[in-house]
Design a protein around this ligand. Sequence first.
Ligand code: COA
Length: 127
Amino acid sequence: MEKQYGVVGGRPWAYWLSNSILEYFRADECRSFVVEKNGEVAAFYSYVIDKARSVGTVGYNGVAKGHQGTGIGSLMMDRVMDGFRSEEMEYATVLVADNEEHVPALRNYEKHGFHRLTGYHELVQKL
Ligand SMILES: CC(C)(COP(=O)(O)OP(=O)(O)OC[C@H]1O[C@@H](n2cnc3c(N)ncnc32)[C@H](O)[C@@H]1OP(=O)(O)O)[C@@H](O)C(=O)NCCC(=O)NCCS
């Protein structure tokens, strides 16, 4: 929306996103981790466990720009999949936007065994 309409709600997209990430981390069923490299934060990842359905869902994750393309994202996905198995999940899911910015993420998920289940359309209009 910011790309199309400019700043929404008087604050940049990163502000709203970081708030929703922090909210997501607070849930009991959420597991969240930080990756450090040489004493600095290089990445973070998270996932949610749904014990009733035996479904693990990959959550917010990202590698700092200076560390991208060095294998950390792949390592994080290995850890997520290990986490799902150790919590006895039967299925793993993830939602990923169908845009250019998420091409690396989509490829990383496919590399770790995910395949496309369905697509969603996110629609918008300015009122
Ligand atoms: C997605 C992301 C976490 C990958 O982390 P990374 O440390 O750069 O990834 P890696 O170096 O471990 O590469 C893992 C795989 O990702 C894919 N990948 C990484 N960079 C890519 C790029 N520029 N283009 C296409 N695929 C890419 C490849 O499949 C790669 O495996 P390969 O090298 O064996 O082909 C990182 O690009 C990122 O933080 N993106 C922005 C935030 C984001 O999209 N988060 C996911 C939200 S759903």
